[in-house]
Every structure is written in C-alpha cells, then in structure tokens.
Design a protein around this ligand. Structure first.
Ligand code: FNR
Length: 180
C-alpha cells in the first residue's frame, strides 16, 4: 500500500515534517510512505493547464500511483498554508483529470498554538470534500508542538504515542476499507 504524504510547510525544521516522519513509523510494514515535493511547483495559473510544468506532472504521477494520501499541515492565519493549496490546485487540474479523486486520506497537523491546526484542518477537509477525497473523520488529531512531542531519535514521544498509534491504526483501517 503506497501512501503519498503531503506536508503543508516548507520550513527546514518544520514540526509537521517531523510529525510526518515520525508517525509513519507507527504503520504496519505493508504500508510505505513517500513525502511528495511541493516546494518547487510554480504558482498555479489556469493558462498552463494544457501545458503543465514537469514538477506538476511529477506530483500528479506520485499521487496517481498511490493508494492513499496523508496530509500533515501547518496552520497559517487560521487556514492552510498557500503552498499546500497551490499543490492541491495543481494536481486537481485540468478539469476532469484530478489526481486526488477517490484516494482515501488522513489529515493531521501540529502547531505551536493551543488549537493545534484545528482551523487549517477544517479548511482542508472542505477542499478535500469537493475533490471527492474520502477523509478519515475520527479520530481527529490537533497536535500541540511542544517539548517532548518527539524523542531524541525523532520518534513520537511517550506522552503522545498511544494517541497517535490509535490514530494510525484507524487510518490504516480507513485506507484498507477504501482500497479493498
Ligand atoms: C503561523 N503560526 C500559526 N499557528 C497557529 O496555530 N495558527 C495560526 O493561524 C498561525 N498562523 C501563522 C501564520 C504564519 C504566516 C506563520 C509563519 C506562522 C505559527 C505556526 O504554527 C508555526 O510557525 C509552526 O511552526 C508552523 O509549522 P511548521 O513549519 O513547524 O511545520
């Protein structure tokens, strides 16, 4: 089972990238995860739909060849970062040739704020619903990025391990249910 992981932050020391790296270690061995590159995509311009950039074609290929999606996003100004929306828009086009449709997804996010990307995740769910992406509803995971979230080896720290293991177990079941 191949999962495309989309991280909604380009920051080198991104908590969300660390979260994405750590949580995949809680998945069973038949699941493999690959983070897709979204930092080199051009700004979306509808004029380019008939002639998409190589980086856009690459993104679409990586999504299309995956059985599921995992979004791990930062929250910027109570919504998803523009870089994530840009990637979503690119791979949704040309009209009728969206790479996202039907791929089961999970949504996670971490922030230094107390609400842990709740608003960004809700906005993302709105977009994914339109794109016909069946998205795991429960459990939700609004992660507060603070000391101890990760251990010294980059694994999920002891306090959050049980919660995020359950999240991953439910995610795995969700993907299997949709892929069959
Ligand atoms: C933020 N941050 C932030 N945090 C939050 O909880 N809610 C928010 O609305 C915002 N808004 C926001 C806007 C912008 C432009 C920046 C740069 C930051 C803080 C954010 O949670 C923090 O920078 C995280 O570290 C971003 O995630 P990564 O990059 O660590 O994955």
């Amino acid at each position: 089972m191949k999962i495309a992981v989309v991280v909604g932050s380009l920051r080198k020391d991104s908590f969300n990238r660390k979260l994405a790296n750590a949580i995949v270690r809680l998945a069973p061995p038949e699941f493999s995860f690959k983070q897709v590159e979204i930092g080199d995509l051009p700004l979306y311009n509808q004029d380019d739909d008939a002639n998409q950039a190589e980086s856009v074609k690459r993104l679409k290929r990586e999504i299309t060849s995956s059985q599921g999606l995992l979004f791990v996003t930062a929250e910027y100004n109570r919504s998803i970062p523009g870089v994530l929306k840009n990637a979503i828009d690119h791979a949704s086009r040309p009209y009728g040739q969206s790479a996202w449709a039907g791929k089961p997804a999970g949504v996670l996010g971490a922030s230094i704020g107390a609400i842990g990307t709740a608003m960004a995740q809700q906005h993302l769910r709105n977009v994914l619903a339109y794109l016909n992406v069946p998205t795991l509803g429960q459990p939700e995971a609004f992660i507060h990025a603070k000391d101890g979230l990760f251990d010294e080896n980059g694994n999920i720290g002891a306090d959050s391990k049980k919660f995020l293991q359950n999240w991953m177990d439910q995610y795995v079941a969700w993907v299997k249910k949709h892929v069959g």
